[in-house]
Design a protein around this ligand. Structure first.
Ligand code: 5GP
Ligand code: MG
Length: 179
């Protein structure tokens, strides 16, 4: 597995340090708001588990499972495999995502959740690849862990064909591993 990693982009220590920082900011911003934290499966699982434990405020956990990606290129279409179970009307909602790439998925998720009339809806993404944004996408993340260059990354929840999610760091996959 690790022999297919060309370069470690973010180490475990760098990620944990940033999550601690975000945890303080989010705990402050959501104090007394009793937020619902929605994770977008499956890529967010590792980030979600670490992030939620840095929030020292009452909050609820929800998950939404969508699919939009095949191999290293987005198919452009998003489908809901599993919607959230809770009623979010009138509630403060924070969406956690692994990566903001073309913006297809988050634009879809944002619209889908806005239709449920939350009191507020914000987005926190671990990684942001602004250079990949599709023209016409106006949505922006409210909280960003790291802005990264245009490379296909794996690990810390992110997969290539369902593998590499369990790497503890974020790494760039060797192009020859795509085959
Ligand atoms: P979007 O293009 O819609 O912004 O991103 C959709 C999804 O594509 C992300 O949630 C993530 O699952 C996947 N994705 C985008 N860029 C990468 C990447 O560099 N590596 C991996 N493993 N997945 C990515
Ligand atoms: Mg994802």
């Amino acid at each position: 597995m690790e022999e297919n990693i060309q370069e470690i982009l973010l180490t475990e220590a760098q990620i944990q340090k940033r999550i601690n920082e975000l945890g303080k900011i989010l705990s402050e911003d959501y104090r007394d708001k009793n937020p619902i934290i929605i994770g977008v499966l499956k890529g967010v699982v590792v980030f979600y588990a670490d992030m939620i434990r840095r929030l020292n405020i009452p909050c609820q956990m929800e998950f939404m499972w969508i699919s939009s990606y095949e191999g290293t290129d987005s198919t452009g279409s998003v489908i809901i495999k599993q919607d959230i179970a809770a009623d979010i009307e009138g509630r403060h909602v924070l969406v956690l995502e692994d990566i903001f790439d073309t913006g297809n998925s988050l634009t879809f998720v944002h619209k889908h959740l806005m239709d449920k009339k939350p009191a507020s809806l914000k987005i926190c993404t671990l990684l942001d690849k602004p250079s990949r944004r599709k023209p016409g996408v106006t949505l922006e993340a409210d909280y960003v862990g790291f802005t990264i260059p245009n490379a296909f990354v794996v690990g810390y929840g992110l997969d290539y064909n369902e593998y590499y999610r369990n790497l503890p760091y974020v790494g760039i996959l060797k192009p020859e591993a795509y085959t």
